[in-house]
Ligand binder design. Sequence first.
Ligand code: ATP
Ligand code: MG
Ligand code: MG
Ligand code: MG
Length: 469
Amino acid sequence: KYSIKELLNKGKFFINKKVLVEGWIRSFRYSIFIILNDGSTIQNLQIVLSKNKLDKTIMKKITIGSSIRVIGIVKKSVGKKQYIELQSLKINIYELVNSDILQKSILQPKKHSFEKLREQAHLRFRTNIFSCIMRIRHHIAFCIHKYFHEHGFFYLHTPIITTSNCEGSGKMFQITTMDFKKNKLIDYTKDFFKCKTYLSVSGQLEAETASLGLGKVYTFGPVFRAEDSNTSRHLSEFWMIEPEIAFYHLEENINLAENFVKFVIQYTIENSTEDLIFLNQYLEKWNKKKKNYLLEKLELILKFPFKKISYTETIKILDQEEKKKNIKFSHPITWGMDLQSEHEQYLVDKYFKKIPVIIFDYPCNIKAFYMRMNNDGKTVRAMDILFPEIGEIIGGSQREERYDILLQRMKDTNIDINKLWWYLDTRRFGSVPHSGFGLGFDRLVQFITGMNNIRDVIPFPRTPKNADF
Ligand code: ATP
Ligand code: MG
Ligand code: MG
Ligand code: MG
C-alpha cells in the first residue's frame, strides 16, 4: 500500500510492480481514466481502467469526490504529464457521492471563492488550494522545531489556563465551568480553581522564568485574544512561537529573529517546492498577481539584511515623507504615538520597498511593563518586525531584569502584583539580562502562502461570531 506521493516520487522503481492505492476521485474521462488524489501531494495519479464489463459498470457509477481503493500494476505513462500511471486490476468503491449533493458542495470542480470554502471548512481539505496550504503549514511548523532544536533551545509547554493578563491590557476569554447534566453554570468562586481563570494570551512570562534556568527555551502553542477585531490578520485563537533566552541583549534578539524567519522561509522554499509552485500559479491565475509573484516575494526576504531603525528615526522618516510627498496619514505623526498599520505599511511597502523592517527602542508608554527600560527613562528595548503586505509579524524585547525597576513599572501600569509575584520574584534569584519575542505563526503562514485572509491558512478559524466548526 503506497501513497500517491511515494509512487510518483519513486516512479521508476515501481514500474511493473503491483500496488494498492486509496484516494478520492478528482475527475474521470474518456470512460477509462480516473484521476485520483489522496492528499499526500498536489499531484494526482492517473488510473487506467480496462474495457471489461466490470470496469465499465464502475465507470458509469462513479462521481467526483467518491472514495475508492485500487489494486493495479504501475506502468510507464504514455502521456507527457506524468512518468507513471496505474493499470487497474481491481477497484473497490468505499462510498459514492450523490451527484445532487456534490453540486452544492465545494468539491464540485469549478472556481469557488475563499468565503465559500470557509462555509464548508470541513470539506476544504479536499480542495487543491487548501490542501496545498495545509501541507505548507505543516512544513513551516516542522522546521520551527528543527531550527530551535538545532540551536540548543528546549521546547516548553506553557499553561493555557491562567489567572493573569500577560500584557496588562488586551481582552481575554474568561473560563466558566458548566454542568452539562444540569445545564447550569457553576459559580467561579465555588468551582475548580476557586478564582477567575482565563485563556492565555501569551506564554511569555512562564517561558521567561524557564529561560532563567534552562538558558534557551521556546514555546509553540495556541493563544487566545478576545479582541473584536474583524481584520484579515487577526484570529481569536492563533498559534504563537515564543523563544526566550537568558544572557541575551536586544541586538542578539534582533539577529536571532532575522536568522530564524530567513531559515523558515528558505526551508519552506526547499521543502514545499511543488506546493509553492502550484500556489504561485493559482495566485497569478485567479488573483491576477504578477508573474512569479510568490517566489520572488519570498526570495526578496532572503536576499537583503532587514532594515533596522529606531522608533525615533521612524517618526522622523514618516514626518519627512508626509511633508515631502504630499501624503496624509489619518493619524498625525508625533513622537509617542503608537504606530498604526497605515504607517507600518507605508514604511515597509513604499519607503523600504518591501524589505522587512525592524523598529526598536519604542516609547515605554505604548509598550508592556516587562520591557527593559533604556537609560533615557523614556524608551524601552522593544522591537517589532514588519513584513511587506502583512505588517507586524513579530513583537519582542529585552526584558526588565532589575527587581526595583520592574516593581515600579508594574505599579505604574496597574499590574496585579499578587497575581504576578512569581514573575517578579525571579528577579531576586540571580537575575540576568534576557530577551525574547513572539511570532504569530498563522501570520507567517499567511505571508508565505500569499493569502489575503488569515482565515484561509488555519484549519478551523476562530473569529468573532465564528466558533462552530
Ligand atoms: P497587532 O498589532 O497586529 O494587533 P499585537 O501587537 O497586538 O499585534 P503581540 O501581542 O505583539 O500582537 O503578539 C505577537 C505577535 O502575534 C504579533 O506580532 C502577530 O504576529 C501575532 N498576533 C497578534 N495578535 C494576533 C491575532 N489576533 N491573530 C493572529 N496573530 C496575531
Ligand atoms: Mg493587537
Ligand atoms: Mg502591534
Ligand atoms: Mg506587538
